[in-house]
Write a protein that binds this ligand. Sequence first.
Ligand SMILES: *Cc1c(COP(=O)(O)O)cnc(C)c1O
Length: 430
Amino acid sequence: MTDGPTYGFDTLQIHAGARPDPATGARQTPIYQTTAYVFRDAEHAAALFNLQEVGYIYSRLTNPTVAVLQERMAVLEGGVGAVCCSSGHAAQIMALFPLMGPGRNVVVSTRLYGGTVTQFSQTIKRFGWNATFVDFDDLDAVKAAIDDDTRAVFCESIANPGGYITDLPAIAGIADAAGLPLIVDNTSATPYLCRPIEHGATLVVHSLTKYLTGNGTVTGGVVVDSGTFDWSASDKFPSLSAPEPAYHGLKFHETFGPLAFTFHGIAVGLRDLGMTLNPQAAHYTLMGIETLSLRMQRHVENAEKIATWLEGHDAVEAVTYAGLPSSPYNGRLATVCPKGAGALFTVALKGGYEACIRFVDALEIFSHVANLGDTRSLVIHSASTTHRQLTPEQQTAAGAAPNVVRISIGIEDADDLIADLDQALKKAGG
Ligand SMILES: *Cc1c(COP(=O)(O)O)cnc(C)c1O
């Protein structure tokens, strides 16, 4: 099948990037469980190593099963190329790697996945990189945080865990005016609910671990490149615009144009950082994506029903779900994610920290796990787990205060989920 803008999302999620196996006719994408690929001759090998010809060399860089997933994700997000990585966190490093350098910084939203807050506030410092955390609702503060050493702006579309929706067009406008790429983590929304590139994002990162695979079997990530950023407009991005010593002085942007970031991600990023997705994981993710729209519709339908029910419950202080009319972010849905606010939200219990612990322990259908975006419903008390490394101020800013439980609504029967929540809230008391 040729991929074209004429096909709808439901068709593309099944067919984009895939074709019957040329060797066998296999209809499902085979798992190419191989490390290396035989060169036609020495000349072919040299051309591949010089990046003069595109082909397969070694599976740390490229693999045919992974390539189908890369093409499918690029098509679903409306980008030109994609690089798969071994996890969502690896994808974030891969996105920043060609842009950053010692002394450089990234301006990031305070409302992020807890692991990302730790990665950005602590670990990237070891590379000499810095992150400046800002409230992305305060557009003047975002502008003021950008300085001469800023190399990117980073946020989540629907932010984990708090049901917050980023005003993507406004943030993209600020990044654009400053000549900087905007990186959007679209994990909680998926390209079915939100397409950040249409709002001006340069790069989209995902944890494939969540809704894209959809059933809690895979750890993976991807960076999708919009192909729209001019890496040569300033001297800020030498990895992409200046001669690359490891490739005989080749200039990625000049040579590969809109595919510069993607080629650099594979030829330098995967080659030297080695955060590669394995073909087995790519296969599971491809199968998951085939049903993405159907699952997301049910995730959203269930989440709307359950968030509404919880908001009316006596034991509940607040529900942060952007799909509720009471949410301050409800108004952003129509622009940013018109098909729904996802299925991830937090519930604050009147009974505080202790009631949260009892509630989580009493649930029967919901599993208490450090994951989200699974077919099954999941729950976690963020303050004592995923957001444990954060200060109380960071926890509250990230929507993970001590009396808050994060819920990821699955695709089970909504009435069964409500009954389970009801009995657990009774046991939680307070
Ligand atoms: C899970 C998650 C990540 C990290 O992904 P891993 O695959 O666990 O490394 C990053 N961002 C968001 C929003 C996530 O939910």
